[in-house]
Design a protein around this ligand. Structure first.
Ligand SMILES: [Zn+2]
Length: 64
């Protein structure tokens, strides 16, 4: 994953750092790198992840 995007926390104005975060999706616990604000700890879920890529994650799980 060489792709780097800069995300800024709208509240703190600091750069978000990608962090492995576990969240629930469709009754499963999904582990994924999402941008997290190092200052206030807010987790940002990019829209493309929420709308599109989650389907890929789901497919990967279905394989097992
Ligand atoms: Zn913040």
């Amino acid at each position: 994953m060489a792709e780097e995007r800069k995300w800024l926390c709208a509240k703190c104005g600091v750069e978000l750092k990608p962090r492995k975060t576990i969240f629930k999706y469709m009754g499963r616990n999904i582990s994924h790198d999402v941008p997290v604000c190092p200052k206030c700890g807010k987790v940002f879920i990019p829209r493309d992840l929420a709308e599109g890529r989650m389907a890929e994650v789901e497919e990967q799980l279905e394989d097992k």
